[in-house]
Design a protein around this ligand. Sequence first.
Ligand code: PNS
Length: 169
Amino acid sequence: MEKKIRKAIFAGSFDPITNGHLDVICRASKLFDELQIGVLYNPNKKGLFNFDERVKLIEECTSHLGNIKVVSFNGLLVDYCGDNGIDTLVRGIRSGADVEYELQMAHMNKELNPNIETIILPTSTKYSFISSSLIKEVLAFNADIKNLVPDIVLKELKRKANRGEKICM
Ligand code: PNS
């Protein structure tokens, strides 16, 4: 019998990808044959990085893992999963504060498509305070964030700052 490929998706906005995201991605990639990173495409929301920049940064940060596919989606995540043979959603939690929101999303997604399971991975403690929003907030005040984002992201952030681009949330 042909072996079924186990596919999961880790979805988010990734504006930009952080060391916390990368930690969850590295660990989840070991649990599945293919881990898709689903970048939410929202043309109405102007972030710090445009959609193509976010995708490129994620691709560069994860190329060493070998089983990552970076994809875009809009609309319901469970619909994307249903259309693409994915039956597992991966989410990370940093602290108790995330648990309530993640449970709510997991239950809603289960209601929307009972065939899809959510797996929640606790972020490593050293990354438990990192969020893309907080990074942008402190960056706007020129804080040193070198321990919080992958090197390639840091390089792009510096390039934006040198070009005088405004750090927008
Ligand atoms: O970066 P985030 O905010 O953690 O990502 C949240 C995301 C994009 C995974 C979530 O908002 C989502 O799945 N959005 C797509 C629309 C959808 O399916 N909404 C129902 C969620 S229960």
